[in-house]
Design a protein. Structure first.
Length: 445
């Protein structure tokens, strides 16, 4: 057993084994980060479920019921009969204009922050004169008197006030629910006045006071759709099928405008039944929180193997080049200190800004390891060397976390440089004649 103590290959194997063993608590901390992130999502869902969930406004569009007749053959009595079936003809507006003002609020559930909002939205536009000849439906089967203007709203609990439709100067009240689920599953509808032969365009407008959580999306159902949204929120994310044609973001908030043509989406202005889905064309705003500390913690812990490996490699070269002996137990304690950094980072970042939490956790870990190394090596020079290397390593990881787009490039260059330094400092070591007994004799006088 004593011979193993001075066996260089056994020492390398022990260091490698300890490094791999430390990946177990690393994976446990990664699971802890995921658990905390899940808890945050549950808190967001809890607040959203009591306020109102994410909202998508789909429409408005006209739905006109009509009857069609199909032949049905009964195998039981071998009789063919005509069955009357009710379907809906859906017509989208020629012009759609939406102007919205979003007023966000921050709510807290424990230590977690959740973004909710109130919005005031004006929706207006027009439908051209109805041209239904292409569908070859007899006029007598079309129920123009039962036509409805429908607007899809994901969570009806978000409607703050009664919604009144102005249709060609006439006022109609919206009712809850939808007359057909061909296009939308949830929303409001209002009866409208349509005539069998109508050669005039129909103008409409209504105001919608809507509250929701984090997301507000729209669907471009107009032949031309113009949407303008403004808000004092400083950190918007524009997502969905279309990005804004113009946007302004400042410390006072943002303003964004979309202009979408019917040629930009994959459905026509009129169709029957559920042939098309408009959901895929939706777009809008995500009111992002300024910092996602869990995502950055995930990114940080991915470099744990680099921390452990490079620190242990530095210790090993200190042993070989400076003739000092470091016990495997001391490797383990230093490795645990490196792992504890991530728990400190996670815990502190839940209460402070992530960058500040990283700096505090890094300084605390550096002081702990530096003090321990000073005690076991009894050399100011080696202590300063190791602490400087760790400082550079923490700084390197900190920079990578900030540079999302260039993280892979900078990380690859950094690892390449580290490998080059290791090869440079180990170039003159005679690994075949390396004898750890000399280190032990030096330490024991």
């Amino acid at each position: 057993m004593k011979g193993l103590k001075y066996n260089i290959y056994f020492k390398i194997a022990m260091i490698f084994f300890i490094g791999m063993l430390l990946l177990i608590p690393t994976s446990m901390i990664e699971s802890l980060i995921y658990e905390r992130q899940t808890t945050q999502q549950e808190a967001i869902h809890e607040v959203s479920s009591k306020w109102a969930n994410e909202q998508t406004i789909s429409g408005p569009f006209i739905s006109i019921p009509f009857y069609k007749y199909i032949k049905e053959f009964s195998k039981k009595d071998s009789i063919e009969k005509i069955v009357q079936v009710k379907e809906y003809l859906h017509i989208l507006p020629t012009e759609l204009k939406i102007n919205g003002k979003i007023s966000p609020e921050l709510r807290n559930r424990g230590i977690y922050e959740i973004v909710v909002y109130n919005s005031k939205i004006n929706i207006s536009g027009k439908f051209n004169a109805l041209q239904l000849s292409e569908f070859d439906i007899p006029e007598k089967d079309i129920q123009f008197d039962k036509a409805q203007l429908s607007v899809g709203i994901d969570d009806l609990r978000g409607i703050e006030k009664s919604v009144l439709l102005d249709w060609n100067g006439q006022k109609f009240s919206f009712n809850p629910g939808v007359v057909s689920t061909d296009i939308i599953a949830s929303g409001i509808n209002a009866p409208i006045a349509l005539r069998v032969k109508d050669s005039t365009a129909h103008n409409f407008s209504f105001n919608l006071d809507l509250k929701g959580s984090q997301l507000l999306y729209f669907t471009p159902v107009g032949k031309t759709t113009d949407i303008t949204v403004a808000s004092p929120w400083k950190n918007p994310s524009f997502n969905g099928a279309f990005l804004p044609d113009s946007r302004t973001i400042s410390e006072n908030g943002f303003t964004a405008n979309w202009n979408v043509l019917h040629l930009n989406r994959n459905y026509p202005q009129m169709w029957i039944g559920s042939q098309y889905s408009i959901k895929e064309s939706s777009f809008g705003i995500d009111l992002l929180l300024p910092v996602d500390n869990y995502q950055k913690s995930f990114r940080s812990i991915r470099y744990a193997i680099l921390f452990i490996g490079f620190t242990f490699l530095t210790f090993f070269f200190i042993e070989v080049l400076n003739k000092v002996f470091i016990h495997p137990m001391q490797y383990i304690l230093v490795g645990i200190a490196l792992i504890v950094f991530y728990t400190l980072l996670l815990a502190i970042s839940e209460h402070l800004a992530f960058n500040l939490a990283f700096i505090i956790a890094a300084i605390a870990t550096l002081l702990l390891i530096t003090g321990y190394v000073k005690a076991i090596l009894k050399s100011n020079t080696l202590t300063y060397l190791l602490s400087s290397i760790l400082f550079l390593l923490y700084s390197f990881i900190f920079v990578i976390i900030q540079l999302q787009d260039f993280a892979l490039l900078i990380g690859s260059i950094g690892v390449f440089i580290i490998l080059g330094l290791v090869m440079y400092f180990s170039r003159k070591i005679d690994w075949y004649n390396l004898n750890l007994k000399e280190i032990d004799k030096k330490e024991n006088g």
